[in-house]
Design a protein around this ligand. Structure first.
Ligand code: PGA
Length: 249
């Protein structure tokens, strides 16, 4: 049985005051669910220190939203894996569709980021997903397979078990349009099959999260699907009550 995992992706949102309220709301509402699910928030880099302070010794883990492939040096604006680790991060998102779309990140670069994250002891959450045009052209599986393939080729087999995957159809992110549970299940099942070509055992254990307008009112049905092992939550992760409702689902 794979343990469910719910990750909040704050994107570029937050302030020290708002975060303090949100984090304490999440922690105080969690309590008993921790036996059944893992939970984390991926925050803008300046707020990692605040997470470390407020979430230390709680069941809520934290992480970054991106990282550099370089260890240190003349890379203005970038954040190294060791810096995330220095602030107690456990997770890092790689290849979010917003990084791919606005920063031109290729699947090869995303794969390299996952390798660097793993080497530093971080759990990379590798995001894949098709655009509406891809889906309408019947290319969903080809697109998400190609995005994943680069990572499968780059990551050594003995490290693959630490990876988390996230299926995030681009047309569903922040739009209020959610993939139906059947559509999402089909994509997750397909992705698990791609991983199984490298290792059936790892595929069986790998957690594949759904992301794209997951909300309290649709989370239950999505999370009930056989291959949906949790959620990567954007908008609904910014309100403690909504985020908790999804975790409880
Ligand atoms: P959303 O974002 O839940 O607001 O659609 C999900 C994500 O981008 O990770």
């Amino acid at each position: 049985m794979r343990r469910k995992l719910v990750i909040g992706n704050w994107k570029m949102n937050g302030s020290r005051a708002a975060n303090a309220e949100l984090l304490s709301g999440i922690v105080s509402g969690l309590k008993d669910v921790n036996d059944r699910a893992d939970c984390a928030v991926c925050v803008p880099a300046p707020y990692l220190a605040q997470c470390q302070q407020e979430l230390n010794a709680t069941p809520v883990a934290w992480g970054g939203q991106d990282l550099s492939i370089h260890a240190s040096g003349a890379y203005t604006g970038e954040v190294a894996a060791s810096m995330l680790v220095d602030f107690g991060a456990s997770y890092v998102l790689v290849g979010h569709s917003e990084r791919r779309a606005y920063h031109g990140e290729t699947s090869e670069l995303v794969a390299q980021k996952a390798v660097v994250a793993l080497a530093a002891g971080l759990i990379p959450v590798i995001c894949v997903g098709e655009t509406l045009a891809d889906r309408e052209a019947g290319n969903t599986e080809a697109v998400i397979c190609a995005q994943l393939q680069a990572a499968l080729e780059a990551i050594p087999a003995d490290r693959l078990a630490q990876v988390v995957l996230a299926y995030e159809p681009v047309w569903a992110i922040g739009t209020g349009k959610t993939a139906t549970p059947q559509m999402a299940q089909q994509a997750h099942h397909f992705l698990r099959g791609c991983v199984a070509q490298k290792s059936a055992d790892v595929a069986d254990k790998m957690r594949i999260l759904y992301g794209g307008s997951m909300k309290p009112d649709n989370a239950g049905e999505l999370l009930a699907q056989a291959d949906i092992d949790g959620g990567l939550i954007g908008g609904a992760a910014l309100k403690a009550a909504d985020f908790l409702a999804i975790i409880h689902a």
